[in-house]
Design a protein around this ligand. Structure first.
Ligand SMILES: Cc1ncc(CN)c(N)n1
Length: 224
């Protein structure tokens, strides 16, 4: 079992190929060895800031779709972590490069970005918390895995700030909390044998599609 919970490990194993393409993408390897061009990194970071605005909205929808106080608490903590911590990383790095917060906010959204966030939001609008969490999980836990691996394998300090943010105990704790939320939400709605229910394969398909959209997002990052 992964340290991010049982359901996440099962969903990830069911999406093995795309998961590898996502977590080992050329963009990620460029962060690891420092060869990623700065212009591509800043372009990615600006798009990612816009991504995080819509991703925060999707987590706020998870509060709406919650059925218990514990679920509301876990979802609202994630909203807070995104807005008050993760987005600050983007603001700080861009400010140091002379890109103001207003400019950042006004970044024109690329289609790959729009496709991903609206897919996630739609999963939540038309489904329940499980549909939404299956679409949200690759984003949260994928960067958790990437951050942990790059901390061990980085051969350059060029993107150290970024790597440190996603390997930090705060981000890793958030991944574990989302893993626990996913497990408990599944057990509450589908029972302990959630894997044997008809919904399970559809949830795995949603997770897989979101993972493929992550691959497209990295690819977009390589083409400023
Ligand atoms: C596209 C994307 N995916 C995941 C993360 C990590 N929250 C992110 N910042 N951006």
């Amino acid at each position: 079992m992964s340290e991010y919970g049982k359901a996440f490990a099962l969903m990830r194993d069911a999406a093995q190929g795309p998961w590898r393409d996502y977590t080992r993408h050329a963009f990620v390897e460029g962060l690891r060895d420092g060869t990623l061009p700065r212009v591509a990194f800043l372009h990615y970071l600006r798009q990612d800031y816009v991504f995080l605005i819509h991703f925060s909205r999707a987590w706020a929808l998870a509060v709406v779709k919650s059925e218990t106080h514990a679920e509301m608490l876990a979802a609202s903590r994630t909203v807070n972590g995104l807005i008050s911590e993760e987005m600050q990383l983007h603001i700080g790095i861009c400010e140091a490069e002379g890109i103001s917060q207003d400019e950042l906010f006004a970044t024109p959204e690329r289609p790959e970005n729009l496709a991903y966030t609206r897919y996630v939001l739609e999963a939540g609008y038309s489904g329940d918390l499980l549909d939404l969490l299956a679409a949200l999980a690759p984003c949260v836990m994928g960067y958790g895995e990437i951050g942990t691996r790059l901390t061990a394998e980085a051969t350059s300090d060029t993107y150290r700030d970024w790597i440190d943010a996603y390997s930090s105990s705060e981000y890793q704790d958030a991944c574990q909390a989302v893993g626990e939320l996913l497990d408990s939400a599944l057990i509450r709605r589908l029972g302990a044998d959630f894997r044997t229910t008809p919904r399970w394969s559809r949830l795995c398909q949603t997770f897989r599609t979101a993972t493929e959209l992550e691959v497209n997002f990295w690819q977009m990052g390589l083409t400023p």
